[in-house]
Design a protein around this ligand. Structure first.
Ligand code: NAD
Length: 483
């Protein structure tokens, strides 16, 4: 068995343990006997030191030229690309996703940084016609010290989508990776530091309570957060007037399948949306709203695809479904199934953790489909974050839209149909930040806006390279230039 990685905080120019010496462990979700990483359990003093280091570095970093910042991001991107194969293998061990998915993430993250490198040159202002002043114009300045707090399910990609634009705009950063993936946080930060980022411009603090300390530190000017709705609500409550917050939260994403759909294609859309990454994607589908006329036919096809997943360790040949993030997630899936059954649903495939001896040390749960899920019940309304989905019968598009829009979330949604008028109506009436027609709810175009509506997030300048991506990381200043 491989030795565990000793991960440290990065504060200013030092790699340091927690000031009180406390640590936490991360174990391989495919094999709980495999200790993957040990990282600092940072307290409020450690977080305050990181924020101070970021503040001290701000004065000179914000005055760097666009070329300095763009070159640095480009170099970090190249280093990450070179290191992608080894990082992907480590990601499988620490986070659990199958190697093909880990490789995709490790290869896509450098591309994000390439895009953000270009943004350093595009921080343009505006001129305004004026009656009494020769020149009125606006400029864009960095917002200051940015706290980046991220979940574990895309430990590189999501963090790069925040650290990249923050640095390109001239901000300094305190990064708090998920306690499930401290090593991935370190690998990302190391690429920036090895690319030549000056000390203090990117600091990293690890821990289970460090996020709350960071949010409450008055030295932080902006918080960009991706994670659960429950944590997002706490962060939102802690941010007062005068500081910025951007929240990208969970979903309960619907797929509507109309009677005229290509059912083989629709079944593939449902399976990929529901079961890729073992259902641990914020854009994963949980509610399958199927026209009554084709319900049983689609169900058979989806159940066949669900049963074909090969569950096992992400680095084993042929495995298409890795473990859940931890043992608590397996318990949660069992509770979801029991609750749905108590609410009147029926299990048609999966439904219980595997009992095979070779899977006993991992956190496994199979692709699980329930039918007769009642609108308004827990399985129909709350995020599961695992491979447990519910089918509901609907009567045409109007009924499907009513059900789809009846939840508090609004992240991603899909419709399967050959009727483009129905698809267009769905695209304009569904309450979701991202809509797919005959495409899975999961996935992202890495140059397109990404984010949700309703309780799926604040919708503050959606992430990625949409036209407003840099607005969160900059403040606007208006200048009246007289003679
Ligand atoms: P989580 O909310 O438990 O943790 C996210 C991060 O917040 C972690 O780094 C954690 O340590 C930190 N944190 C915990 N409590 C905090 C507090 N009080 N203050 C500040 N930070 C705190 O989420 P998770 O389990 O890591 O991730 C899964 C969730 O993330 C799901 O709900 C999923 O839908 C969501 N997610 C959303 C998107 C999106 O783009 N909308 C993408 C991926 C995941």
């Amino acid at each position: 068995m491989n030795a565990p990685f000793e991960v440290q905080n990065r504060i200013g120019d030092s790699l340091t343990p927690a000031s009180h010496g406390a640590t936490f462990e991360r174990r391989n979700p495919a094999d709980r006997d495999d200790l993957v990483s040990v990282a600092p359990e940072s307290n409020a003093d450690d977080v305050a030191a990181a924020v101070r280091a970021a503040r001290e570095a701000l004065a000179s970093w914000r005055r760097t030229t666009p070329t300095t910042r763009a070159d640095l991001l480009t170099k970090a991107s190249r280093l990450l690309a070179e290191r992608a194969p080894s990082i992907a293998a480590e990601m499988v061990r620490e986070e659990g996703k199958p190697l093909a998915d880990a490789t995709m993430e490790a290869s896509r993250t450098p591309k994000n940084l390439e895009l953000y490198a270009g943004e350093a040159y595009r921080l343009t202002g505006t001129t305004f016609p004026s009656d009494d002043t020769p020149l009125v114009y606006s400029t864009r300045d960095p917002v200051g010290v940015v706290a980046v707090i991220t979940p574990w399910n895309f430990p590189l990609n999501l963090a790069s989508r925040k650290i990249g634009p923050a640095l390109a705009a001239g901000n300094t950063v305190v990064f708090k990776p998920s306690p499930m993936t401290p090593l991935m946080g370190e690998r990302l930060a190391a690429a920036f530091v090895d690319a030549g980022l000056p000390p203090g411009v990117l600091n990293v603090v690890h821990g289970t309570a460090a996020g709350a300390h960071l949010v409450n530190d008055a030295g932080v000017d902006a918080v960009t957060f991706t994670g659960s709705n429950a944590t997002g609500q706490k962060i939102h409550a802690a941010i007062g007037v005068g500081r910025r917050v951007q929240l990208e939260l969970g979903g309960k994403n619907p797929i509507v399948v109309l009677a005229d759909a290509d059912l083989d294609a629709a079944a593939a859309v449902v399976a990929r949306s529901s079961f890729s990454l073992t259902g641990q994607a914020c854009t994963g589908a949980g509610r399958i709203l199927v026209d009554r006329a084709i319900h049983d036919e689609l169900l058979d096809k989806v159940v066949a695809l669900a049963g074909a997943y090969v569950v096992g360790p992400g680095d084993a040949a042929g495995v298409t479904m890795g473990p859940l993030i931890d043992a608590a997630a397996v318990d949660a899936m069992e509770r979801w199934v029991a609750r749905a059954v108590a609410d009147g649903a029926r299990v048609v495939c999966g439904g219980a953790a595997p009992t095979d001896a070779e899977l006993a040390r991992g956190n496994y749960f199979p692709a699980t489909v329930l039918i007769d899920v009642e609108r308004g019940t827990a399985l129909a309304t709350e995020e599961v974050f695992g491979p447990v989905i519910g089918f509901e019968r609907v009567d045409g598009l109007t009924d499907a839209l009513e059900s789809a829009n009846s939840v508090r979330f609004g992240l991603s949604a899909a419709i399967c149909t050959r009727d483009m008028a129905a698809a267009q109506r769905f695209a304009s009436e569904i309450e979701a930040g991202m809509v797919r027609v005959n495409r899975p709810t999961v996935g992202a175009a890495f140059n397109a806006p990404f984010g949700g509506v309703k309780q799926s997030g604040t919708g503050t300048h959606k992430e990625q390279l949409g036209p407003t991506v840099m607005d969160f990381y900059t403040v606007s200043r208006t200048v009246w230039l007289g003679t």
